[in-house]
Design a protein around this ligand. Structure first.
Ligand code: FAD
Length: 386
């Protein structure tokens, strides 16, 4: 559409951004019987939502994020079934290679309801990491299974969800950039789109549209190095696999009494690159490997071979075999030392919603439900399956 105008028939909700946060808002809004228009500057989403692990890291969250993550879970499964994207309730496996790591996992298991975090013996942990070519790291002492975590395929999920939403009547304006807002109107580079409420879900690019709000929340760009490896022969993984570096990054672990010891025991080279060494298996068998973290206002585009090598060597050591790398890429998400969520009515009728930490897949639907409850309190909501 060259010059979109719906002035005679404004949408109930205009969503800017077709990443997972925007689509979660669109999906739950249309489920409430609202009319929805989504505006996306590219011809498909290619941002953070397709560059990640596809790991809904529910169990390792704490406080508000834990509640949002648990509330997202049912919606993820509900929309996977309806929109036909792949989602697995395979949980996550956390590997422990020393007593401190194992103790952190035991402490977490002790704080959660029975069955949510199950501490595993060494054999139970290594059994999940066995390939035809290698023997998993003999240093593995045990691990834990995080029952509630989900996995989706990040490369296909948002595309399938958008296509299904289109079938449900959501109007998508692709290759259209939002450039300015009035109450009831979104100005784009192709004309004006009208709606009762506008929800701006542009991830880390929120500073381009709302510089002062972003400055106040101290929004930065976190850049991450990722790669993909060919399927190690014989490896069929259900869960996402996390390591001790992950325990340094998620609050459910860092809040444990023994977590204070982790920074002493985790490899200093990995800590220096802000590593969260973890991997997931794509439905085609290949592995998504990552990641590192660098924080800047403007993201430098260069990938460091040293960083990639450190992460991939660590995962190779865990599996006991070298990995054949087939792709590398950079991911970027919004981050803030101020807090994990930026949700703010930036001007009358316009709400900005950015997840300012690396958990946007995990909390997307719960966050969308909360936003819509606050904007449209009286309108009925569908419930997800749990
Ligand atoms: C490498 C990596 C690994 C990660 N791992 C995980 C993980 O394991 N679990 C987890 O929960 N989260 C993870 N995350 C975080 C998660 O991916 C993000 O928090 C989430 O995808 C953010 O979704 P979004 O929709 O806000 O942003 P995006 O997916 O970036 O989408 C924003 C969209 O807005 C569009 N847009 C921007 N400006 C405009 C404009 N002016 N007009 C129109 N459209 C515009 C963009 O084109 C884009 O499509 C990871 C992120 C990365 C990068």
């Amino acid at each position: 559409m060259n010059n979109p105008t719906n002035s005679k028939n404004p949408a109930d909700v205009v969503v800017i951004g077709a990443g997972i946060v925007g689509l979660a808002h669109a999906a739950l809004a249309v489920g409430r019987g609202l009319t929805v228009t989504v505006i996306e500057r590219d011809d498909r989403a290619v941002g953070a939502s397709i560059r990640n692990f596809g790991h809904c890291c529910i169990t390792a969250q704490s406080g508000e994020l834990y509640d949002l993550a648990q509330s997202s879970r049912g919606h993820w499964l509900y929309f996977a079934e309806r929109a036909g994207f792949w989602a697995s309730e395979a949980g996550a496996l956390v590997v422990a290679r020393n007593d401190v790591e194992l103790q952190v996992l035991r402490e977490l298991a002790g704080r959660r309801e029975a069955g949510q975090v199950t501490v595993l013996r060494a054999e139970e942990t290594t059994a999940q990491l066995r390939t035809a070519q290698g023997t998993p790291d003999p240093a593995i002492l045990g691990g834990a299974m995080l029952r509630d975590d989900l996995r989706v395929d990040p490369r296909t999920t948002v595309g399938k969800l958008a296509a299904w939403l289109q079938e449900q009547g959501v109007d998508f304006l692709w290759r259209t950039s939002a450039v300015g807002f009035d109450d009831g109107a979104v100005h784009t580079n192709r004309g004006t789109v009208y709606g009762r409420r506008t929800i701006v879900c542009v991830g880390h690019d929120v500073d381009y549209l709302f510089p002062s709000v972003s400055k106040e929340h101290i929004v930065e760009r976190c850049t991450l190095q990722m790669s993909r490896a060919a399927q190690p022969a014989g490896l069929t993984l259900g869960p996402a696999v996390l390591t001790a570096t992950s325990m340094l990054r998620y609050d459910a672990f860092t809040e444990m009494p023994s977590a204070i010891e982790l920074s002493r025991t985790v490899d200093s080279g990995l800590q220096a690159i802000g590593a969260n060494v973890m991997f997931t298996q794509h439905p085609d068998g290949s592995l998504i490997l990552g990641d590192s973290h660098t924080y800047q206002h403007t993201a430098a585009p260069f990938l460091s071979e040293n960083t990639t090598d450190l992460i991939n060597a660590e995962i190779g050591a865990l599996l006991g075999m070298p990995l054949e790398i087939t792709e590398r890429w950079q991911g970027i998400y919004a981050s803030s030392p101020n807090g994990p969520l930026l949700v703010k009515e930036v001007q009358p009728g316009v709400t900005a919603v950015s997840v300012t930490s690396g958990v946007g897949m995990t909390v997307s639907f719960g966050l969308a439900e909360r936003t819509l409850n606050s904007l449209f309190e009286s309108v009925h909501s569908h419930r997800g399956s749990s």
